[in-house]
Structures are given as C-alpha cells and as structure tokens.
Design a protein around this ligand. Structure first.
Ligand SMILES: [Zn+2]
Length: 448
C-alpha cells in the first residue's frame, strides 16, 4: 500500500515545533506530576479537530487522556494504540544552558525537559491522530491515542489506574511507545539505524534489611547491623555474573554484524564471546546480564552509636525469561546469611513481543522507501522499562519505536542536562510514524 494521502508536511512540521515547545512549557514534573494541565492541553487540540476524548482522573491532578478514531473492522479487530506519558523527570536548572521549561527553539533545536522523553513522541502521535482524522483515513482498526500520567514513578496513578478503571483501553493489537530511538552514529561511525524494541528488561527492586544490637561506638561487638549489611553487599557485588543471550539481543548483534559494527565471524551464541562483549561497554553488559545496582544505604543516626537496623536498596533488572523467584533465591544463597531480610518492593514481567509481525515488516518497508538501502532496523532490548508491559500483559504486541536519528550526545541528555530534539528529527518522526500507522491501521491486524 503506497502513500495516497496528500499531506502538507511543511505546515505540519511547523505546527509540530510550536506544539512541542508549548507542551514543554507546561510543567508536568513528576513528582508531583500535575499531568492534568498536559492532558487538558492535548484534549484542547484533539477536540478542536473533532476527535472525542476521555479524561482518566486518578485524583490530585494526576490525569491521563485517551482519544479514539473508529475503524470499520468492528469487534473483529483490536486497536492500534499510540502511547506516551505526560510526566517528565525533574531538571537541575542550574546545569542547563536554557530554562528547562522554556521550550526554547534555537538554531533548529527544541530545548527542554521532555523534548526527548517523551513529549516529542506525544506530539508526533497527536499529529498522527489529527492527520488520520483530517484526511479521513479508511481505518480498519480503531486508532487510539493514550497519554498517561506517572510513568516516571512507576505508573500507579497512570497506566495502573487505567488497568483498574479502563481496562478496555489496554486491549489492543499493536502499540507504539518509547523504548528505542534511532542512531545517526554508532561506535563512533556515522549510520542510519532505527531502533525497535519488542521487549524490555523487567524490574525486580529489592530492599535488604539487617538487624543487630545497639552499643557504644567505642566498644565494637559482633552484632552490628551495618557490618552485616556491608558484608551482604560485598558478596552481591563479587558474585559470579553470567551472560545470557535472549532473542532480541541475538537479533540486535546479528544486525550490528551485518552493518559492519561487529566482526563477521562473531558468534553471539558462544558464551565466552557474549561475556567479552559485555565487558566492552556498560550498555552491552546490561542487555546480556541480570544486573544488580546498589542504589542506597540507610543506617546510623550518630557518629558514636552502633546502629540496630540498617537497610539498602538494590535496583535489579532481569533479562526476558529470568524467573524473579529463582533470582531472589540465588541472591539469598550468595548473601549466605539468614539474618539478612530481602523484600521485593517492585516487580513485574515486561513481557516480550515478536519481531516477526506486520509491524516490523511495515516499519522496514516505510524506511526502505524513504532511504533505499541506506537504512536499517535495529532490534533492541531496552535495559529500562516503560508502560508497555501493561499492554503486553493485556495481549498486545508493544514496540519501543521513536523514529528519530540521534547522536550519542543527544541521547545522553535524556534524564540529564540540556535535553533537546532537532526540528529535523521531530519532522522525520512525525512523517515516519504517520506512514507506518496509516499502513497498519488501514489494513487491520487480521488482513496482513
Ligand atoms: Zn519516558
């Protein structure tokens, strides 16, 4: 199906820049969130185009929004969802070159918190809805826009609120969300690779607690809770770490071989090779291992008092296929001290979507028509997690796919300082996402 829609892209690109700049200026920093203002902004734009919206109010200005364009497929087909989150992480303004909430447009770049994560994609998706409506696309499946609150703090007031209060929104066939960007350079070489993440690592956040006996710091004894905690943490850090290959990482490494970034004779299925790859780079280590990052220690109240209780937080991320119960048991045996309590404080399975679906096929087609052979789709495993897990759990195939080609420097601004997106990337992403969505939604999930 080739393009039959005559879009005035120049006008849409200019609108995209204006809208992203305005969206960034709406403060949705989480905590506390205040996503209602963002949801109202999105509703105003959608409703002015005649697209009906629903607000999902979890209280305390924690509001998500959904909008739907109906397809002709009826109940035979399930929707295509364009997902984003409204909230952004806090910014340390003193380290920025511009006000992080300014949405300043300078030299072809839009600056501000959320420019990449992920108000940019919210605007691309909004414009896909607007164009689908204006041009009366002959949709087979419903096209659903979902922008949620509270992604950055785990989703209790956002996607998990929707799971409870509007579960029908999560039942869908295809979902586009954050989770993978494209690269304009890789390992120091220029390239044009669009990341697609069918899967993410799963969080398994753990709190360790130790208990002992009090005492004066001048007389050490053997029941110091902090000593027990430090010993446990040292064992965790020194444990044996084994690399494991998963389907998305195997596909990613094979693609990188094909693109000349890795030696042609490299065999990712060889354990020693995989282990060696992980040592090259923290990202490669993260996507080939179940990881534990020590992120906090809380103990003691006074310089000369032995603490009775000590605790530590561990940010553990599991590869697809790792059983969280087995993982916790393994940590227990590594710690080898029955006095150390382990409590799992956050855990879900991120789920896995297939790379062998019409979605990835259509993405490939659209990019090839645009760039010829000078482009590739890079399957990825995201080391972080997103709201996609809730949609995968409800039966859909969810993909991290933000079609923007970023430099290493631009990528480093996500959750960092001077976050920004080029006008060119915003235009590219809007065009690609529209075309991919159009082809999929006008065919319907059962027709391909
Ligand atoms: Zn995000």
């Amino acid at each position: 199906m080739s393009s039959t829609v005559d879009v005035n892209w120049q006008e849409i690109h200019a609108q995209a820049v204006e809208l992203l700049s305005e969206y960034i200026r709406i403060n949705t920093t989480n905590p506390p969130g205040g996503e209602e203002a963002g949801a109202l902004f999105l509703r105003g734009l959608l409703e002015s185009e005649g697209i009906p919206c629903r607000m999902h109010d979890a209280g305390d200005s924690r509001v998500s929004i959904s909008a739907r364009l109906e397809g002709s497929g009826g109940s035979e087909t399930s929707p295509l969802v364009l997902l984003s989150h409204i909230d952004v992480v806090p910014a340390e303004a003193e380290h920025w070159d511009v006000d992080p909430l300014s949405g300043a447009v300078v030299d072809g770049t839009i600056w501000g918190r959320g420019a990449l994560d992920m108000k940019c994609m919210g605007i691309m998706e909004l414009l896909v809805m607007v164009l689908a409506c204006r041009h009366r696309l002959p949709l087979k499946q419903d096209l659903v826009f979902v922008a949620v609150a509270d992604e950055e703090e785990g989703g209790l007031m956002g996607v998990h609120y929707l799971e409870r209060e509007a579960p029908e929104l999560l039942r869908s066939s295809w979902i586009f969300n954050e989770g993978a960007y494209g690269f304009r350079e890789f390992m120091g070489k220029p390239t044009r690779m669009f990341g697609v993440a069918p899967s993410e690592k799963s969080p398994c956040w753990i709190r360790l607690r130790t208990h002992g006996e009090p005492g004066h710091g001048s007389v050490p004894h053997s029941k110091n809770s902090l000593v027990a905690l430090v010993k446990a943490l040292a064992r965790i850090e020194e444990r044996e770490k084994r690399a494991r290959l998963t389907a998305p990482v195997e596909a990613m490494l094979n693609t990188l071989k094909g693109q000349g970034f890795l030696p042609e004779d490299l065999d990712p299925r060889d354990d020693a090779t995989l282990e060696a790859l992980g040592e090259l780079d923290p990202f490669l280590h993260a996507i080939t291992h179940d990881t534990v990052t020590l992120t906090g220690v809380h103990a003691g109240s006074k310089h000369n008092v032995i603490p009775v209780n000590s605790e530590s937080t561990l940010d553990c991320r599991l590869l697809p296929g790792t059983n969280p119960d087995d993982f916790v048991e393994e940590l227990r045996s590594v710690i080898d001290d029955p006095g150390v309590e382990l409590e799992v404080v956050l855990q879900h399975d991120s789920g896995q979507s297939s790379m062998d679906t019409p979605v990835t096929q259509v993405i490939g087609e659209v990019l090839e028509e645009r760039y010829g052979n000078d482009v590739c789709v890079l399957p990825m495993l995201s080391p972080g997690f997103t709201d996609s897990h809730a949609f995968r759990k409800a039966g859909g195939h969810a993909y991290g796919f933000t079609p923007a080609l970023l430099s290493r420097e631009e990528l480093s601004t996500i959750h960092g300082h001077n976050e920004r997106m080029s006008v060119e990337n915003l235009a590219l992403g809007t065009e690609v996402l529209f075309e991919v969505t159009r082809r999929l939604a006008c065919s319907g999930p059962s027709a391909r």
